[in-house]
Design a protein around this ligand. Sequence first.
Ligand code: NAI
Length: 255
Amino acid sequence: MRFQDRTVFVTGAGSGIGRATAKRCADEGATVVVTDVDVEGGEETVAEVEDSDRPGSAVLYELDVTDAAAFEDTVDAAAAEHGLDAIVNNAGVGQANCAMEELSLEDRDRILGINGKGVWNGCRAAIPHLKKQGSGSIVNVASLAGVIGQPFAAAYAFTKGGVTKFTKSLAGELGRHGVRANAVCPGFTDTPLVRGGLESRDDPEAAREKLESLYALDRIGQPEEIADAIRFLAGEESSFVTGHELVVDGGYSSG
Ligand code: NAI
């Protein structure tokens, strides 16, 4: 088992890609620290791990990633109790489609706060532990939007582009301490985040078909397919990979 005796800390693990990551890591024996601002979602994830044949286990901590002090306390407490081998900074929010100048400043700040500062806070809290033990893996969940941009979602792309280069910078800082840092850049993936956007369209079914036709594989991703990439980067199979932006997009960016 790839994650036996290993602990993976996941933010936003109460839904979508974070939940799938928790389950995939538990499949390989991990103790998963499930964190989310949505306690109900987090409890469901823990139940899905615990009420299954998975060899791993899960514990829940309520955490809002925008609160730097709370993030530090939560990482410290979880590391003391369970250890810390990898952190997956996954929590994030999408953006309603609109022209850049039409996005309210409140929405801009909310998106920058969760998708940008939240990742920063997670790395800031975890790095002292990982440096001290001389090993560990940071996986930041960015987006294809952070690689190629996303018109009418400029605040979202702003944060995700920042996360990719932030992660590369950390890889350079942390390598000599035995710590790796990588970003996963998913294309559209079938989670509540995307389903909410599609359902707000006049004809959700037509909007989904149009979206899927843009992908070489003629479909959008499943959360488990992104979780597999995250799990690869979180564990030892990727021991010589750091500073990488792993695009998982069903061929969208292949043209
Ligand atoms: P989701 O909406 O299913 O799950 C996001 C989770 O983050 C939720 O459980 C939510 O409660 C949590 N969250 C939101 N704000 C939080 C906060 N302040 N503190 C702690 N937790 C918070 O979304 P999904 O699709 O699973 O997204 C996960 C990550 O993947 C996000 O960073 C998203 O930007 C990224 N992503 C998603 C894509 C998609 O198409 N679904 C594509 C590219 C990237």
